[in-house]
Design a protein around this ligand. Sequence first.
Ligand code: NOJ
Length: 746
Amino acid sequence: MKKLALRIYSLFVFCGMFGYLSAQHNIENRIENMLSKMSLRQKIGQMNQVNARKPDERLYQQIRDGEVGSILNAEDPALLNQLQKIAVDESRSGIPLVFARDVIHGFKTIFPIPLGQAASFNPQIVEESSRIAAIEASENGIRWTFAPMMDISRDPRWGRIAESFGEDTYLSEAMSVAMVKGFQGNDLSNPSSIAACAKHFIGYGAAEGGRDYNISNIPERQLRNIYLPPFEAAIKDADCATIMTSFNSNNGIPLSANKFLLTDLLRNEWKFDGVVVSDWASIGIMTTQGFCEDKKDAARKAANAGMEIDMVSECFINNLEQLVKDGSVSEKTIDDAVKNILRLKYRLGLFDRPYTDLNLQSKKYAINHLHAAKKAAEESFILLKNKNDILPLGNNIKTVAIIGPMADAPHDQMGTWCFDGEKEYTQTPLNALKKQFGKNVNFIYEQTLAFSRDKDTSKFVKAVEAAKKSDAVLLFIGEESILSGEAHSLADLNLVGAQSELISELSKTSKPIITIVMAGRPLTIEKEISLSDAVLYAWHPGTMGGPAIADVLFGKSCPGGKLPVTFPRYVGQIPLYYNYERIGRPANKKEVLLNDIPLEAKQSSLGNTSYYLDAGFDALFAFGYGLSYTTFEYSNLTLPKKNLSKDDVLRINVTLKNTGKREGCEVVQLYTSDITASIAPPVKELKDFKRVTLKPGEQQIVTFDLPIQKLAFWNYEMNKVVESGKFDVMVGGNSVDLLKMRFTVD
Ligand code: NOJ
């Protein structure tokens, strides 16, 4: 009986597989068939992406002539249908367009910036946010987003750190996979699915000095060990449909013409069968980079390297035909690119359903979308300080002063990269606090500074008066949204405007100060933290940031986010990240600091170590750090098996106990360290994490199963290997305070 059931089951699996394979086969046949009927010009048209912010007669004609394959920056569904109709009915090939847009952390309902979402250490939150973004955007006919950005970001001066998942490879990988899955859904052809785009390929976040668009110099081994894994996972584990190259050159080669990465690695090694798109005019700018003589040369180098869609520079549409005729680019190269583009359009179901249903405009800001945005915001908050458990605010707090430029900044709390979010829908902390807690608490509001860069101190007197009348001060400071994001790098990460002076003045009142920071990046706020009783880092929390902050401040929910990026004390410490490669003279933290040096001390390098005389030894806050309203204790780290082979799975048990008085959530983090390797290994690396919620006094054994293969790294000979030897496994609530145990791999 059992055998029969198994056979029937196998038959189903086989038929399912066969169905899938035959559908695939069918698509490939249709693509070949279509390609055989296209002129060279029409093929090149598919490789041309056009900006349609202001569509005009020229664009209509280009579409009619089959010279456009995809369009970005149009979002009005009626217009999209109109453009689509021209492509389908009036162009000779009738191939539908695909409409793309930067839907980065929400379409209408705005979720926390991606760096904030990463702080949740909760991939489910990320998947849900991008699912909702896809549902809302696809209602308008947008079927391709240029997200997620998975650039490893170790420099908070770089404005786009806001759009990243932070400094860590493993965390970025987990979040990238989740975000791609959310955008693409279970089936890309479902009208509510949108194609994701893994960007920017690669090294863009390592721009020299944190200056956007600058060069990077990342050797292949570091590329493979640190920067590439999120891209590989997005492709292999989440079927990410497209990839975008970056503006920078790496080791002297602009990424839009890097054959090794675009063809050898992406196609031959990873077997990627999706589409490669350039960044905005990044083919054309290779002339400015001094890498190409002119746009024709740029088109040749890009196409021959494996670039498939030219975003707006018109290098392809103006030059590829001639280049093919000259024999400088083969027609096969063009055919391969067009096959991938047509495959994307098939996968999106555009040949069957090219138009958007205009009656669908109903799900934007749906109640479940707002709930999800609030939950995501709550989970993204990080409690950095909580002296004397001032938070959550208790019943004894009757009058509260709400002060600062970010308390009621509906535009700015949405954060960077919000083309479509509307500030009229944003719920600010000021409104939410009054609405949710105004019955029992008397709120006095003093904006004091009109915006974060405001330097006018004339309203400080009124702010101080309000503070004096209150039992506690809620001070909302940070950065306007425009201070982070693309092309918004900063050399100074101190608070802008007169915000720091404001906190100094308020602190003189001796009233408890609870500082809520809304920002797109880590800021160097050591002084302001010391003047505050509690600090909640809320990033730019999106549409529902206000209600989420209000609930956290009054204890309706408990903060549990952890830092996805190291917070430096000073800009001069950058780059500063937890998983640096081991050095020969590490600081032992007992060394002299600037003021300890005796006068006329003699120069000697004996016993010297690596640190700054003026900045001390540590970061302001380490990667993975974040408090809760309760406390957690880690104990009993055990490894049932300590000698393992390379095919084994290491089991790790640790006991986590809630030792405080409230229910709370902890992100249990698992790190490993290779004691000796054939290349100097990182001091430690995050390998897994789990979010655990415990009631007061409750304890739980948290178990991880770590496949030993996850210890693999790319060695000097550029092979991915697990090396035998000793390793440490470490578990804890941040990257510094960890329980540790040794194991060996044979
Ligand atoms: C430039 C940005 O670098 C990229 O991330 C974005 O998707 C494109 N512009 C399109 O807006």
